[in-house]
Write a protein of this length. Structure first.
Length: 189
């Protein structure tokens, strides 16, 4: 396992502050105070608050993209693929709730990486819709509006960063299984 660098510590601390206050409200001075260092010293490790945001969001977006590509290319049913999508969201969110807050709430501040981020997100959602459409076509999934299905699932999955920290007694694996049961199999017997 890679040793955490000072830059990694700064990014992790910034993600926590961004979650608590929002990207726009956090200053480099706030970050320096939280790190126990002078603001000028931060610039030895990081060039700007914008650079931190890019590192946080793009790394997570690329992790989702890579995971979705693996799911799409897997030889399995649409239902199994959707379960893997739920697991992907739970795993990434459980490992980085603070970063997920930035991904969900601060992506519009990405500046020169905004178009790249939107491209990744649009491809991800297109793949998600395609899995649902294939499931409807093969009659694995009830014939319903694929966009409504995706929106319903993503709304829940994107808000996990708020909920997971409050559920320390629930493992990520158990959560993924339970969410799959509710989101995919429904609440009706």
């Amino acid at each position: 396992m890679k040793q955490e660098t000072r830059k990694d510590e700064i990014i992790k601390t910034a993600a926590k502050l961004f979650k608590e206050k929002g990207f726009s409200a956090v200053t480099m001075r706030d970050l320096a105070t939280a790190m126990g260092m002078k603001a000028a010293s931060l610039y030895n490790h990081i060039s700007s608050k914008q650079e931190i945001l890019k590192i946080i969001i793009i790394a997570i977006a690329e992790e989702f993209t890579d995971g979705m590509n693996d799911i799409v290319n897997s030889e399995t049913t649409s239902i199994q693929k959707l379960k893997k999508v739920v697991d992907l969201h739970v795993r990434i969110t459980a490992n980085n709730t603070n970063g997920m807050a930035s991904l969900n709430n601060d992506w519009m501040h990405l500046e020169d990486k905004l178009n790249y981020y939107l491209k990744l997100r649009n491809e991800y959602e297109a793949n998600f819709l395609n899995i649902i459409a294939q499931g409807i076509s093969s009659e694995e999934i009830k014939n319903s509006n694929p966009e409504v299905i995706m929106f319903s699932m993503l709304t829940t999955l994107r808000s996990l960063y708020l909920w997971i920290p409050k559920k320390e007694d629930l493992s990520a694996n158990d959560l993924a299984i339970n969410l799959s049961q509710v989101l995919i199999e429904g609440i009706n017997n």
